[in-house]
Design a protein around this ligand. Structure first.
Ligand code: SAM
Ligand code: SF4
Length: 325
């Protein structure tokens, strides 16, 4: 198997694939209330195409695929596709990111898949605020989905909370408690400047400030453990009194570009070498025609031009749901 190394010596082993740009939520920091013009279904990569793409990626040395969106579980047939994916590419580490709202109907099928990791977004444990942030979501549905899944599956779950000043920064303790009581690993994520409509410096909370906030709620110390980028870019802390673990992802203030190991592929088969990159490489034709050699060449090119570091896209009209968060 090849090993993928970019021009700065970073090993690329992880690809995040968006399976849809559609979502049943309209989170304040991710999508405008009226939504965004959705891509016609005919342009979205079919499951067969996605499977072919992932097979090529595996042969090139990719070890982990995370499926994301939009909301992956709104796409019809997604869980059945995951089953086929597991059967066809059993060695691939498979992860899923979801808003959790559609977990309940799929608990049995998803548990049976033995996913390597499940990330669920949850920014608040207050029902009214949840509705405000997601603009339509039902907190009880998400919380019950999380708890039911965690009881029925050995898949490690991470709860991801984006902390935004004025939205949910007063809820650090409540989120920690929800995670502790339900034996879940919580990670706080810095708000990234992707959507010009919402992000501004005044609502940004740095990882240092997040750390200061959690120190007000217990005795937290950095975990002494070798950092493995396949496990993600979070820095972990452990509560000396309760043993609870917590992650902080400093995507902006202490970005991890030096050790970035990932690529992103959108729902229409565009390769983005970096979340913040304006460059995209259209893989679709080569995927459709199952042209592995050309596809590999394009992916190698994407890795070659992967930027050294991110740049602020605050004024872009790009939303996380379109790129694949
Ligand atoms: N719908 C799924 C979900 O919400 O988990 C998957 C897609 S969503 C775009 C993936 C993640 O991106 C979520 O955890 C969301 O909170 C995060 N996200 C979206 N916009 C963001 C931003 N501007 N900064 C930081 N995280 C963001
Ligand atoms: Fe949908 Fe996830 Fe974006 Fe919220 S963060 S609007 S759930 S894609």
């Amino acid at each position: 198997m090849e090993r993928l190394i970019d021009s700065l010596g970073r090993t690329i082993s992880y690809v995040r694939i968006s399976v849809t740009d559609r979502c049943n939520f309209r989170c304040l920091y991710c999508m405008p209330e009226e939504g965004i013009p959705f891509i016609p279904h005919s342009e979205i990569l079919s499951y067969e195409d996605t499977l072919f793409l992932c097979g090529v990626l595996q042969k090139m040395g990719i070890k982990k695929i995370r499926f994301t969106g939009g909301e992956p579980l709104v796409r019809r047939g997604f869980v059945d596709f995951l089953k086929i994916f597991r059967e066809e590419l059993p060695l691939m580490h498979v992860a899923l990111t979801t808003n959790g709202s559609l977990l309940n109907p799929f608990i049995d099928k998803l548990s049976a898949l033995g996913l390597n990791s499940l990330n669920i977004s949850l920014d608040t444990v207050d029902p009214a605020r949840f509705k405000e942030i997601t603009r339509c979501g039902d907190l009880q549905l998400v919380q019950s989905g999380i708890i039911n899944f965690s009881k029925s599956s050995p898949t490690p779950i991470k709860i991801n909370s984006v902390l935004v000043r004025g939205f949910n920064d007063d809820e650090v303790f409540q989120l920690l408690e929800f995670a502790r009581i339900n034996h879940l690993l919580l990670r706080f994520i810095e708000f990234m400047p992707l959507d010009g409509g919402i992000w501004d410096k005044s609502c940004f909370i740095s990882s240092d400030e997040i750390l200061a906030k959690i120190q007000q709620h217990g005795n937290w110390e950095p975990e002494k453990k070798d950092h493995n980028m396949l496990d993600g870019p979070a820095r972990y802390y452990i509560n000396r009194d309760t043993g609870q673990r917590l992650g902080i992802i400093a995507a902006v203030s202490h970005h991890f570009c030096d050790s970035c190991n990932r690529l992103r592929i959108t729902a229409i088969g565009q390769l983005r070498p970096c979340l913040f990159s304006d460059t995209m490489i259209d893989l679709k034709e080569n995927i459709k025609h199952k042209n592995s050699n050309n596809l590999k060449e394009q992916i190698h090119y994407g890795i070659k031009i992967k930027p050294k570091c991110w740049k602020n896209l605050q004024n872009s009209e790009r939303h996380m749901s379109q790129i694949g968060g």
